[in-house]
Design a protein around this ligand. Structure first.
Ligand code: NAD
Ligand code: UDP
Length: 309
């Protein structure tokens, strides 16, 4: 199959491309390299079934493919907030163009949405029926509302144009290839511990997240794309940890003497997050397999190699 992966040079996109290439597909990777990097897809650059398209999805483009995995969008708060208007354009204009591309060639289209559509949730764990609690004028809104509009666009293309869509709501995902300066919590803590710097806990560290290892997530995306269920489907690992627990796990693994330093909690930071994955289990036969301890070890080893520590 000819498959387009937008955001393919990024963290999740490049792992997805590895799997698709290994399965023998022809893959087009489209990226503007805002938070992605060529080194993530280096091993495929000379492969005859692989094509790299440097392009910004806020501009239209025509490509002939059978499936589109639409992942292009910065995912870390640090990056999506550094140019919020661009984040909105990427989610709204960019998703519109990618849906148009899929419609023109009648390709199946999978949107990488996010648990952020639930905002700071007052339902726990979050099911797909929950409509969310997003502050539409807060600093996270460019991403949260952007993704909410992206979901709306996908569903209108489905209803109005009969486009074959799939919508995944991805919860916090981690693993090898996260950028050193990504700014998300797992990579921050690992890089800080390896460099002998204090681990920066925001707030009192009592807020929770549920961390999914990237190979599990990619497996869920591929099952969703190739199964019959449109979605939205939560994809995440239900194992829930406080940020303080995460800091201590990483501290113990890398350097028990490393310090913790407390910084102010960012505005609108969700207090708790845990996916209800009943739908993914029932419709995709999917659930995560890699426990946090194991996934952290693999991620730490990758950073050790890259940082030479
Ligand atoms: P990432 O930042 O590593 O990857 C995003 C990729 O999109 C990068 O390669 C970047 O260069 C590219 N990109 C950004 N804007 C673009 C534009 N305008 N045109 C073309 N390319 C553009 O992030 P990731 O963690 O791999 O996330 C991938 C997708 O999954 C995103 O859509 C994100 O919202 C979603 N997601 C991720 C998580 C997570 O925990 N990693 C959670 C929920 C949702
Ligand atoms: N966080 C933290 N220290 C860091 C980075 C993040 O304590 O160096 C916290 C952040 O405030 C949030 C949680 O970790 O409560 C997850 O943050 P991340 O940016 O990884 O993802 P998101 O908030 O988008 O879920």
């Amino acid at each position: 199959m000819r498959i387009l992966v937008t955001g393919g040079a990024g963290f999740i996109g490049s792992h997805l491309i590895d799997r698709l290439m290994e399965e023998g597909h022809e893959v087009l990777c489209l990226d503007n390299f805002y938070t992605g990097h060529k080194r993530n897809i280096l091993k495929w650059l000379d492969h005859p079934y692989f094509e790299l398209v440097r392009h910004d999805i806020t501009e239209p483009i025509r490509l002939e493919v059978e499936q589109v995995y639409h992942l292009a969008c910065p995912a870390s708060p640090v990056h999506y907030q550094s140019n919020p208007v661009k984040t909105i354009k990427t989610n709204v204009i960019g998703t519109l163009y990618m849906l148009g591309l899929a419609k023109r060639v009648n390709a199946r289209f999978l949107l990488a949405s996010t648990s952020e559509v639930y905002g700071d949730p007052d339902v726990h764990p979050q099911t797909e029926e929950y409509r969310g609690n997003v502050n539409c004028i807060g600093p996270r809104a460019c991403y949260d509302e952007g993704k909410r509009v992206a979901e709306t666009l996908a569903f209108e293309y489905y209803r109005e144009h009969k486009l074959d869509i799939r919508v995944a709501r991805i919860f916090n995902t981690y693993g090898p290839r996260m950028q050193e300066n990504d700014g998300r919590v797992v990579s921050n803590f690992i890089v800080q511990a390896l460099k002998g710097e204090p681990l920066t806990v925001y707030g009192d560290g009592s807020q929770t997240r549920s961390f999914c290892y990237v190979s599990d997530l990619v497996d869920g995306l591929i099952r969703l794309m190739n199964g019959p269920y449109v979605g939205p489907v939560n994809l995440g690992n239900p194992g829930e940890y406080t940020i303080l627990e995460l800091a201590q796990m990483i501290q113990n693994r890398i350097n028990p003497d490393s310090e913790l330093v407390y910084k102010p909690l960012p505005e609108d930071d969700p207090k708790q997050r845990q996916p209800d994955i009943t739908r993914a289990k029932n419709w995709l036969g999917w659930e995560p397999k890699v426990p946090l301890a194991e996934g952290l070890q693999l991620t730490i080893e990758d950073f050790q190699q890259r940082l030479g520590k």
